[in-house]
Design a binder for this molecule. Structure first.
Ligand code: AMP
Length: 373
């Protein structure tokens, strides 16, 4: 925990998560703006650290300007006039990329864009490290976003609390000590491929009104819609490998943020590594909540193989149909995913459930386990 003046903060986004996100933003910009006449405009003070790290990874031949936005009481009918200070470079006909540390209501950035448009640039886009979808009031969301985060106060990596904390290499979130823990029911539904997680998740949702979050389903949705994420995920999924942690964690975070008022989540197919488990804890802590239990469906390998081959007939999933891919998935489960059990065992949050039997029998066992919490 971190104390700045009268407030306490908890870790939220690590330095290495920031680093990898900055790299991927720079990569997108380098690709998208190749051959274009680009000018970066960073908004001071908060964006100085992000701008510096991002700009180091920009391979385009481009300049960077630093501006400040000031508001003063003017003579206009609205009473408030904003002014940009420090823009000496001409932006006419240039592709402008505004670098921001955080976009929350979006009001400031909208004013900056309006002022810049009067100078006739070729285009203006916003690249922000942090974005608060719940606070955003404008129409046009930033094109390049590092992390979408809940509407809570954050500090570090250029962002300040009363001018302090800008020097931190990671981002912290305000700890709302007076807030009682949110009364959510968060379940990790665990088990090897074919254990019946999807089927049982449906029953649990119906009974407890939870939000279902299956990372496998989200990846499949993205593959079907041929998104960038889908193309990336497919290269791993088609071989039965895990999609890299940083990609999966980022996606999960965004999915959780889509349900700010949820009564709780069933995490199905996530976490599959200890790093994912730790990231999930951090995310839930930032929401003033936590995992209540891991319910692990236990089924023998031979039975799993039979089930998956059978499922392939209806699901059409290529990773279910091929015995070599199935074996690989089971191997990955044993080596990389099963250790996640001990992560929850050490927190006293693990309950094993016999996954052999009728669907109804297993549902009953799950309900009993939840009632026992
Ligand atoms: P599932 O539908 O849960 O069996 O997931 C199908 C495939 O999606 C897996 O074999 C992985 O390639 C990928 N996947 C799903 N969830 C995760 C995760 N939490 N971490 C990494 N890869 C995942």
């Amino acid at each position: 925990m971190l104390k700045i003046l009268d407030k306490s903060f908890v870790p939220f986004i690590t330095a290495s998560e920031i680093k990898s996100e900055v790299s991927s933003l720079a990569k997108s910009l380098n690709e998208e703006y190749a051959e274009k006449d680009v000018l970066f405009i960073a908004i001071l003070n908060g964006a100085f650290m992000f701008a510096s790290d991002l700009f180091k990874e920009i391979s385009l031949q481009s300049a960077i300007s630093f501006i400040k936005v000031s508001s003063y009481q003017g003579m206009s009918s609205t009473g408030r006039v904003d002014e940009i200070i420090g823009l000496t470079a001409s932006i006419k006909d240039k592709h402008v990329i505004i670098i921001e540390d955080i976009v929350d209501t979006g009001i400031t950035i909208e004013k900056v864009k309006k002022l810049l448009y009067s100078e006739k640039p070729a285009s203006i886009e916003v690249c922000t490290l942090l974005f608060k979808p719940d606070a955003f009031q404008e129409k046009e969301i930033p094109k390049f976003i590092g992390f979408s985060i809940p509407n809570k106060f954050v500090v570090g990596y250029g962002l300040d609390y009363d001018e302090l904390g800008r020097n931190l290499g990671e981002i912290y979130q305000l700890k709302e000590g007076s807030d009682p823990e949110r009364n959510m029911l968060n379940i990790v539904l665990f088990g090897p491929p074919g254990a019946g997680k999807g089927t049982q998740a449906e029953r649990l949702i119906e009974k407890y009104g939870l939000s279902h979050l299956s990372t496998g389903d989200v990846f499949r949705y993205n593959i079907k819609n041929n998104t960038e994420l889908g193309q990336l995920a497919q290269s791993y999924m088609s071989k039965g490998h895990l999609v890299p942690d940083e990609v999966t964690i980022k996606m999960l975070r965004a999915e959780v943020m889509k349900h700010p008022e949820s009564k709780g989540f069933i995490f199905d197919g996530f976490p599959r590594t200890n790093a994912q488990a730790a990231a999930l804890d951090e995310l839930l802590t930032s929401m003033n909540s936590s995992i209540n239990v891991m319910l692990a469906l236990e089924v023998e390998d031979e039975e799993l193989k039979t089930r998956l081959i059978k499922r392939a007939e209806v699901s059409g999933r290529v990773d279910d149909a091929d015995p070599a891919i199935i074996s690989n998935r089971l191997k990955v489960y044993k080596n990389e995913t099963e250790p996640v059990k001990s992560y929850y065992q050490s927190q006293n949050k693990f309950i094993g459930i016999n996954g052999l039997g009728t669907i109804d029998d297993i549902t009953e066992l799950l309900f009993k386990a939840i009632e026992s919490l």
